[in-house]
Design a protein around this ligand. Structure first.
Ligand code: ADP
Ligand code: MG
Length: 340
């Protein structure tokens, strides 16, 4: 067979294989876009576990009508413009591939009204084929509608699970986000019924959000962590050994606000608990690590579940030392509990 350049739609569908695994990945990408646009309230409406419909509306900065086709074009982003920007990226998105990928495997519509414009506009995209931009009434902000996910990719559709399972993935991801962004109001509805609501209460919310998200028990039996050294800062909550878990279901780690998985940091936490937890029990924690974005590469994986640290060893030891010392102090009889 001779070598040929693939058509754009097919390129997007191939990329979608990496970015869009299931409805929860679509929700993640779209909500992260809303956050990058400065939204303070995000409404997520689902039907049939998100397979039939995912509709996400935000009150962020919006997109100008003329820019709508660009927003669904591949490698088009407003978030970085140079390698320098990439190396110090502070937004959740930067690859410019979520919207084109999602739009290539669904019946999609992007509707928005840019800050300061009087009218909104909408752009439908069907399986990657762009329609026309037409005026549409919309409050300032953006609504993205994704219908019939994978309708044109039967091989992927086959891998979608039962409605309950897909909804469960979305709710778990939302919990992860809610812990990191108590300043944003998040509402989830499923098949027309309100199913979750996280109120955005500004500054005081973090402790309340912890309790509402992980339960009163967790918040009563935790230690506040707040430590900085060598340009690294670690804050959050870790559970007392008395609140250990049978599984790793309450382990939340964020690096510069982004939820990630990291084996080295997970190991550091485990080691810090080594003397105080029974064998086979898992610690519970919500930890936020902040560092200069230049010290961490977030462009490791299309879905951005992992990052790469420039000084991984230093970070491992910093996390271990911070938690180990905090746990040692409780054994000396310090009082615990969530507080802001
Ligand atoms: P990325 O987030 O990596 O830039 P996306 O494909 O997710 O790539 O989005 C492309 C562009 O569309 C963004 O850079 C942004 O300018 C715009 N955009 C997407 N969603 C929104 C939104 N909810 N509000 C405002 N702008 C948005
Ligand atoms: Mg994005």
């Amino acid at each position: 067979m001779s070598i040929r350049q693939l058509p754009d739609t097919l390129i997007n569908q191939i990329a979608a294989g990496e970015v869009v695994e299931r409805p929860a990945s679509v929700v993640k990408e779209l909500v992260e876009n809303a956050l990058d646009a400065g939204a303070t309230r995000i409404d997520i409406d689902l039907e049939e576990g998100g397979v039939r419909l995912i509709r996400i509306r935000d009150d962020g900065g919006g997109i100008a009508a003329d820019d709508l086709p660009l927003a669904v074009a591949r490698h088009a982003t407003s978030k970085i413009a140079s390698l320098d920007d990439l190396e110090a990226v502070a937004t959740l998105g930067f690859r410019g591939e979520a919207l084109p990928s999602i739009a290539s495997v669904s019946r999609f519509a992007l509707t928005s009204r840019h800050n300061g414009e009087e009218h909104g506009a909408t752009l439908p995209v069907d399986g990657g084929r762009l329609g026309n931009v037409v005026p549409k009434a919309h409050p300032p902000g953006t609504t993205v509608e994704v219908r019939d996910l994978f309708y044109n990719v039967p091989a992927r559709r086959k891998f979608l699970r039962a409605e309950r399972t897909e909804l469960g993935h979305i709710e778990e991801w939302l919990r992860t986000l809610a812990l990191a962004r108590p300043d944003v109001e998040l509402r989830l509805s499923h098949n027309g019924k309100a199913s979750r609501r996280y109120r955005g209460d500004g500054g005081i919310a973090t402790a309340a959000r912890i309790a509402e998200t992980l339960g009163e028990e967790f918040s009563k039996q935790t230690l506040r962590i707040d430590h900085a050294a060598a340009g690294l800062s670690l804050h959050g909550w870790i559970a007392l050994p008395t609140y250990s878990r049978a599984s790793a279901d309450q382990q939340y780690l964020y690096v510069n606000g982004r939820s990630i998985r990291d084996r080295s940091i997970a190991h550091a936490v485990k080691q810090a608990y080594a003397d105080v937890l029974f064998h086979g029990r898992q610690p519970a924690y919500v930890l936020f690590l902040e560092l200069d974005p230049r010290r961490v590469d977030v462009n490791v994986h299309p879905a951005k579940h992992e990052v790469r640290f420039r000084d991984a060893r230093l970070i491992h030891d910093f996390v271990y030392r911070t938690l180990h010392d905090a746990l040692a102090q409780t054994r000396a009889g310090l009082v615990a509990g969530v507080s802001t």
